[in-house]
Structures are given as C-alpha cells and as structure tokens.
Design a protein around this ligand. Structure first.
Ligand code: SF4
Length: 340
C-alpha cells in the first residue's frame, strides 16, 4: 500500500476507479488533503462510510513527524523524523514577497561536495514523493502560512532521485492541490548531465539551478567530486541546450569560499565562461559548518566579485543571508542531531 500523499492527481483518479470508486472523488480527496489539510478519512464529511472504509483499506494516510524546530528572525528550520527513524530537514524562509521553503530530496547525499554538511553523511535512501510533499504540508499546517515557492536544495541531489522528485513537483503544482506555480518551483542540481537532458523533455515551467561553485575543472573537482564525471565544458554545453530548448533562464549557484573561489581570477574566468548565456549568478555567502575546512568570504570580497561580474555584463545577485545562527546551511541541523 502506498501513502495517499504520494499520488499524482491522475494516478489517484485511476486508483479510485480500480477500487470501484468514482473518478470525481479525487477532486474531493485532494481538497481535503491539500486545501483543508485533513488527513483523517473519517473527517472527510462529504464521503460516504463505504468510501471512507474503502480508502482506509487501500491507502496509507499518516505523516512524517516534526522532531525539532529552530527559529530565528526570518528563518524556521525543521528537523523531520521519517517512519523508518531517519532524519531530514527543511527550512522555511520568510521574504517580503511571501514564504519559500527549501526541502530535502534524499536521506544523506552521495555527491560529497567538500564544503557541504549534508554530504558528510552518505546517502541512506531516496525520499518518496509523499515525504517531500509532507515537508511542505507540515510546515504550512504548523505555521498557518501559505508557502508560495519551493526550492529543492536541501539534503540530497534531486536528480539522483529523479522520478520521485518529478512526481513531487507534479503533486504540489496541481491546481486542485497545493497549487504552487511551476515558475515558483526550483530544482537545484550539481550537474548530472543525463538527467538535465531528461528534464529538458519534461515540458514543465519549473526553474533549473546549477551548483557550479568554480569556473574551471581543477578547482571544481576539488570542491565537487562529481566534476570528475561531468566536467564543466560538457555541463555548460548541456545548460546551453536546456536554455535553447526551453527558452528559460538558468540560475548559477556559486558559494563564496574565502581565498578559494572568490578571487579576481575566478571572477574573470566565470564571466568568460558564462558570457552571452541566459543565466543569472547567485552568489551565496557560505554558512561555516563545524568542520571548518572553508571560511566564509568577507562581504568586501563578495562585493568585489559581484562588481567584476557586473562589469563583464553578467546578471548577478548576492543571496540574502538567512539564519546563520541556527545551523541553516543544508544538513547542519541533521548532522548535529546524528552526531549526538
Ligand atoms: S551540496 Fe548538495 S549535492 Fe553537494 S553534497 Fe551537499 S547536498 Fe549533496
């Protein structure tokens, strides 16, 4: 039996037909689950007793649990416990324009980026789509706030869990469910080329972000082992293919590590690499983890880097810093909990 939060709308319709229920029940059930946030079939008052029994016998309808919450001025960090006992996390970010959430896609991560707290804990398993959906639902339920945008940038590499992540996107995007607009959903990848190519064919308006973090192979391979499999030249050519086919702008994520990738040399190399591409670069102030391998770039250095890119005609922003006092870098809360 599968958790009901893991059903895309059409799959739910088909499943209902299979269990001798009417197809239109999918609309009622989606409304209960996602609009009223009611998970108890018995409280779905417009369903008959027979339908309620039928649902109980054919679907699992429980939640993952909130284990810990850390609150700061503009950030709330959630540690969730899955049914198997593993821990994952999500971060709610409060912007002037609404609430966004950063969700996890795997328990741990095998990509092993050297600056990342999540990568220190190896992948245990992929998250099921319902476990991703419920990170959003539980936070909305808990805070009574609507989440208007979602980034899949927490623990895990989303394209290493491609099918479940795509189901998740289709569930939260559905107009009868959470109705989060595709343009408000961003998938962030470290650059798994075959999956970027598959993503091009999805015909969906979801944003793509590429974690680049270095402008040359030598440095990128030091920071991200995955670069030894998919190098920068192949990656940039695939991103160009994506831009050409989808007509969509790509975000280039670049974490600022002092005296590692934040020098003038890297700024000029990056500008050269990205010249003429429909991208914008997001410079991310690093959240120092307890494993102090890297230092966070000073704001002066970040500004300088920003100015080199601007001068070279590259669209660039500096990401606002969120919750550095509450373990807000992806995986830090989970890592400190697992250490205990
Ligand atoms: S940065 Fe992302 S891809 Fe790299 S180890 Fe961390 S979670 Fe995995």
């Amino acid at each position: 039996m599968k958790n009901i939060y893991g059903y895309k709308y059409n799959d739910l319709e088909n499943k209902l037909i299979q269990i001798n229920e009417k197809k239109y029940r999918a609309k009622q059930i989606y409304e209960w689950l996602y609009v009223h946030k009611e998970l108890d079939f018995n409280k779905m008052t417009n369903l008959s007793k027979t339908t309620i029994n039928n649902l109980t016998n054919n679907f699992i309808n429980d939640y993952i649990k909130i284990k810990k919450v850390q609150i700061s001025e503009d950030t709330i960090k959630y540690l969730f416990e899955l049914k198997c006992g593993n821990l994952i996390e999500a971060v709610l970010l409060q912007h002037d324009y609404g609430n966004s959430i950063c969700v996890s896609s795997q328990v741990g991560c095998n990509i092993g980026c050297s600056f990342c707290a999540s990568g220190k804990l190896k992948k245990i398993r992929n998250l099921e789509s319902y476990e991703m959906v419920q990170q959003i639902l539980l936070v909305e339920k808990e805070t009574k706030r609507r989440i208007s945008s979602v980034v899949i940038m927490g623990i895990g590499e989303p394209f290493d869990n491609y099918d479940n992540v795509m189901d998740f996107i289709r569930i939260i995007n559905h107009p009868k469910g959470l109705a989060i607009g595709a343009r408000h959903i961003t998938v962030s990848t470290c650059g798994i080329i075959p999956k970027i190519k598959e993503f091009i064919l999805e015909n969906i308006q979801v944003n793509l972000a590429l974690s680049l973090h270095a402008p040359n192979n030598e440095l990128r391979s030091k920071l991200m082992k995955i670069n030894e499999v998919y190098n920068i030249e192949e990656l940039i050519s695939t991103i160009n293919e994506y831009i050409k086919e989808t007509n969509r702008r790509v975000t280039i994520e670049y974490v600022m590590l002092e005296h590692v990738n934040d020098n003038k040399k890297e700024a000029l190399e990056l500008a050269k690499l990205l010249r003429g591409m429909n991208v914008y670069v997001n410079l991310i102030p690093y959240n120092e983890t307890k494993v102090k391998v890297y230092k966070k770039s000073s704001m002066i250095r970040i500004r300088k880097f920003y100015n080199y890119l601007k001068k070279a005609g590259i669209n660039v922003t500096i990401r606002k810093e969120f919750g550095s006092e509450i373990d807000a870098a992806c995986g830090q809360l989970r890592a400190s909990e697992v250490e205990k």
